[in-house]
Ligand binder design. Sequence first.
Ligand SMILES: NC(=O)c1ccc[n+]([C@@H]2O[C@H](COP(=O)([O-])OP(=O)(O)OC[C@H]3O[C@@H](n4cnc5c(N)ncnc54)[C@H](OP(=O)(O)O)[C@@H]3O)[C@@H](O)[C@H]2O)c1
Length: 270
Amino acid sequence: MRYEMVHGWQIPKVGFGTWTIGGQGAPDPAGDAGSLAALRSALELGYTHFDTAESYAAGHAEELLGRAIRELGAPRQTLLITSKVSPQHLSYDQVLTSCENSLRRLGMEYLDLYLIHWPRMGMQLEETFRALNQLVRSGKVRRLGVSNFSLKLLQQAAALSETPLLTNQVSYSIPDRTYRHNGVLDYCQQHDILLTAYSPVKRRNIKSNPAIQAIATARGVSRQQVALAWLTTQPRVITIPMSSDPQHQAENLHAADLVLSAAEMEQLGG
Ligand SMILES: NC(=O)c1ccc[n+]([C@@H]2O[C@H](COP(=O)([O-])OP(=O)(O)OC[C@H]3O[C@@H](n4cnc5c(N)ncnc54)[C@H](OP(=O)(O)O)[C@@H]3O)[C@@H](O)[C@H]2O)c1
């Protein structure tokens, strides 16, 4: 596994997403056995960074993640747990309550990373950060971040966070370069903020892109591994693919060690 070192933290280049674990917008207990099996195999394979949110399966993803970790006896200090507060919970009191609820569902005493999941029109970012900074001071959260933030909002958030803002989690992949074109990636790289790429392999283009296929064939790896390597080859970029298939999970983890050459990056559009 390769890592990003930022502000004294060592963060794995590839972590594990939990969207669809436990359901989608609402809990789907019928899928619990499958969700727990997916989390168990991810932990056994050696994933240490898990990304979740209070909105995933309305909190049930957090419950299952906590349960899988306890059942396997994975030491808490070896893991990096990210959760997110939803945009409808950004007032001072709501942030504190949302965090307490996430900790209760996870069965944990602290979160490593706590993010604002989405910005909301008219949000009072100062008030939200007053609560987030309070959570860091009280030890319930170790570091703060944001998600789906434009460059302007990211700059505001970085100024309001009392501890260095650790990440902006955004959609970023070979077919979706919005956050490179809008200046967010450059800003992150210049200010030691991680860009956490979500939905790294989801798009259909990954399967039909001839340049991805050519590199995958030449290297004897899968197209998804090339798509992940395109991300992890870039400085200050980490990613959190989700898979319920243990073979895909293993492939994704190993993609962290695949460093593409400058020529290969060029073939993929830079
Ligand atoms: N902050 C936000 O607003 C936000 C938004 C979206 C997502 N996220 C986070 O980012 C995580 C990842 O994003 P995502 O779940 O949208 O998309 P993703 O990880 O890019 O794609 C997941 C899909 O790709 C398949 N897949 C994964 N690895 C594969 C491989 N090696 N070979 C073939 N298929 C593979 C999975 O199927 P199999 O199960 O069959 O492998 C699954 O259908 C989420 O789980 C969530 O934690 C955050």
